[in-house]
Design a protein around this ligand. Structure first.
Ligand SMILES: Cc1cc2nc3c(=O)[nH]c(=O)nc-3n(C[C@H](O)[C@H](O)[C@H](O)COP(=O)(O)O)c2cc1C
Ligand code: SF4
Ligand code: SF4
Length: 246
């Protein structure tokens, strides 16, 4: 089984390609957690997700605890990133209570619009094409049950410090919808944390903290969601916007 978490489609794209090329099934971690069921044991388990602050998204930490007793023979992870995944694979391995047989750091377009302007669509497409080729190699590795690790010493040191910043950054305080909002409700429906509720036709952030996954801000069809003052002048990224088939 391949479990994935994805806000803007990169990790979903990777998980679905892996599923096709390794004859496996891709399942959304949000659905697994919502079902309340413990995942069934499978001989090969893949976990695919984005790196956040050189570490793990909060939802992955929760999922790791849930799945740790259902792991079979071969366990791997593919971590998508805008630049570097640091030691995130080691952090996952610690929570799973076992070594990962294989981990891979896959560069894809950066989606953290709250901090950076996303790259141009042309550059994002170039990234995607490159990632696609890399993924072919990853699929071959998995099919051969290769054993290798993604991390680096430099990544390990940075991860130790930068990952600690994630939790204080997860505040929802600065999210709001501007006048472009058409009341479609998609932001609330897609939020993996149930942090958004539509009230009087407009989204309201009802939790103090969320994943900061950017699904709401990057996938709002009207580009109406902002985070403080910095995002109004920035572009938006999601894989479907640049023609990704995921
Ligand atoms: C909260 C947050 C933190 C991020 N931190 C990092 C990071 O530390 N290093 C990095 O290379 N990319 C970082 N990114 C970029 C994402 O990991 C990357 O764009 C990923 O492929 C998005 O996956 P998705 O489309 O499946 O959601 C971050 C993105 C978010 C939303
Ligand atoms: S997705 Fe955008 S347009 Fe739709 S309700 Fe949310 S903020 Fe409004
Ligand atoms: S509120 Fe937005 S950024 Fe936060 S978890 Fe929900 S979709 Fe992701």
């Amino acid at each position: 089984m391949i479990y994935y978490f994805s806000a803007t489609g990169n990790s979903k794209y990777a998980a679905e390609k892996l599923a096709v090329k390794t004859g496996d099934t891709a399942v959304n971690i949000v659905d697994v957690l919502k079902s309340g069921k413990t995942p069934e044991k499978s001989e090969v388990t893949g976990i695919v997700f984005p790196v956040y602050f050189w570490g793990l998204p909060e939802i992955i930490k929760r999922f790791a605890v849930k799945i740790k007793n259902s792991l079979g023979g071969y366990v791997y992870c593919v971590i998508t990133c805008g630049a570097n995944t640091g030691n995130a694979d080691k952090m996952l391995s610690k929570l799973l209570g076992r070594e990962l047989d294989y981990s891979y750091s896959l560069r894809m377009p950066d989606n953290y619009v709250i901090m950076y302007d996303p790259c141009t669509e042309e550059k994002a497409l170039r990234f995607l094409r490159h990632a696609d080729k890399e993924l072919d190699g990853v699929c071959d590795d998995i099919n051969r049950r290769e054993k290798k690790r993604a991390g680096s010493v430099e990544g390990g040191i940075k991860s130790a410090f930068i990952s600690k910043l994630y939790d204080p950054f997860r505040s929802t305080k600065k999210f709001f919808a501007d006048d472009k909002c058409t009341s479609c409700g998609l932001c609330a429906a897609r939020c993996p944390d149930e942090a958004i509720v539509i009230k009087n036709g407009k989204p309201e952030w009802v939790k103090n903290k969320c994943q900061h996954c950017t699904a709401c801000i990057n996938r709002c069809p009207a580009e109406a969601i902002q985070f403080g003052k910095s995002t109004a002048a920035r572009g938006r990224y999601n894989i479907w916007k640049i023609g990704g088939k995921s």
